[in-house]
Design a protein around this ligand. Structure first.
Ligand code: SF4
Length: 436
């Protein structure tokens, strides 16, 4: 989502004369678009800002001015603290304020009362004020359809940094998708912190769910593939399951975070689903789309997690079978309820559990990739590979596939016979073109 947001920031800055530069040193305006998900996110931003300060000072010695801005979720979470710890920063703005950048930069240039802080949640959604997205550069594109979250999982900062759930109207999403397809995009990934909570205003004025939106997008001529991320189990509804059954353009892949296999921990996490409910959703999805590949997120060492709770997570992994997954040690996020829980888990225990979980997940990933050998999979050719005459694309299940193909075939969806698999990618030979 930060990649998408950065491109939209560029769209809004371009009319002011700003263009991207390759070296930070050449920049008149430097924006750090920050993410709060990673561990010690704020400290990493402050350490990066130390380098930026040197850059800004060096430019000032040469008589050049550089505006320094910090945007994104760390900016939202830290707010005035950024200006206190790094007073040379001219502007701090949250992820819901970047449509105001022209005005904010004007204020930052005047800098009458110190650095500018813009972390309020605006009454009007930013999407109403953003210019049309610029022409896409590649054959795949991200498209934000939903932002924010009302779930308040007890470990997560998103509801505080991105605000309440908001869904863009269907017509607006279709118009942006149409423009992307006209500029050569063949695959669109719909983005949202809670993308399947999507409930944008439909053409009939009534709310439309993600399943309906996917069906609408699938009608766009030239759009070969649709993906979406990230989903919450509670919001997987009949309509979305039916879309996985009926819409060939919707890729048979879902990233569906479960976080833990223990109901006790899921309650403490305020996840609003049980391990049993998760199993039932997966069962229904697989019934609708038998070749569906699953990906998930896991947190180990959540406060109060016992050996038994962790074993329940391993059991769930064993039972479901994931094509791939992201797993992390629990880390405290200031301001979230779990951060102040008394029963924090020792670091060593967290590390041991993470290693055991990753061993199981890596094994499943390898098995999933190896099971593809001998199959014919479609590949959207995206870019040249590392070797001459080689192209790289993605399978329906999001694996990278290397094939021998000419560079002018970028953008084609072709069939490849998979001949080899490694932990992270597949290789194969071209079978036939199935769409251009
Ligand atoms: S549903 Fe996802 S984004 Fe929302 S609070 Fe929970 S983890 Fe965060």
């Amino acid at each position: 989502m930060n990649i998408y947001d950065s491109t939209r920031m560029l769209d809004i800055l371009r009319p002011l004369g700003y263009l991207p530069v390759h070296a930070q040193d050449d920049a008149d305006l430097l924006i750090l678009n920050t993410c709060h998900i990673r561990e010690k996110a704020a400290e990493k931003v402050y350490s990066e800002l130390g380098l930026v300060r040197q850059l800004k000072n060096a430019k000032a010695r040469r008589g050049d001015h550089m505006i320094v801005a910090v945007g994104g979720c760390v900016a939202q979470a830290e707010g005035a603290e950024v200006l206190r710890r790094a007073p040379f920063v001219d502007l701090v703005f949250g992820p819901q304020s970047y449509h105001l950048l022209p005005e904010l930069i004007g204020r930052a240039l005047r800098r009458a009362g110190g650095g500018v802080l813009a972390t309020d949640f605006p009454v009007e959604p930013k999407f109403d004020h953003l210019p049309e997205p610029s022409v896409q550069q590649g054959v795949t594109a991200f498209l934000t359809v939903q932002e924010g979250c009302d779930k308040f999982c007890s470990f997560c900062v998103v509801p505080y940094t991105r605000g309440a759930e908001y869904s863009r109207p269907v017509a607006e999403v279709l118009a942006e998708a149409r423009r992307a397809v006209a500029s050569g995009v063949r695959e669109i990934t719909l983005l949202g912190q809670n993308v399947n909570a999507y409930h944008g205003k439909g053409p009939d004025g009534r709310p439309c769910g993600l399943g309906g939106l996917v069906r609408g997008l699938a009608c766009l001529p030239g759009l070969g593939r649709i993906r979406y991320t990230t989903s919450h189990p509670q919001d997987v509804d009949d309509e979305l399951i039916a879309a996985h059954r009926d819409v060939p353009e919707l890729m048979p892949y879902i990233h569906l975070p479960v976080q833990s296999g223990s109901d006790r921990i899921l309650v403490a996490m305020n996840r609003r689903h049980t391990a049993g409910a998760y199993r039932r959703i997966v069962e229904r999805l697989r019934l609708a789309c038998p070749d569906l590949a699953l990906s998930s997120d896991f947190i180990v060492g959540f406060p109060g997690e016992s050996d038994g709770d962790f074993q329940a997570t391993l059991d769930l992994v064993d039972e479901i079978g994931f094509a791939q997954a992201y797993s992390f040690k629990y880390s405290q996020r200031l301001g979230t309820p779990a951060a102040s829980a008394a029963d924090q888990i020792p670091e060593r225990v967290k590390s041991d559990r993470l290693a055991a979980l990753q061993l199981a997940l890596d094994k499943q990933k390898r098995q999933f990739n190896e099971a593809c050998i001998g199959k014919v999979l479609t590949v959207l050719l995206e870019k040249p590979g590392r070797h001459d005459g080689q192209m790289v694309g993605r399978s329906p299940y999001l694996q990278s596939i290397h094939v021998a193909a000419a560079a002018e075939r970028i953008g084609e969806i072709v069939s490849a016979l998979i001949t080899d698999a490694s932990a992270n990618s597949l290789s194969g030979s071209l079978a036939e073109a199935v769409g251009a």
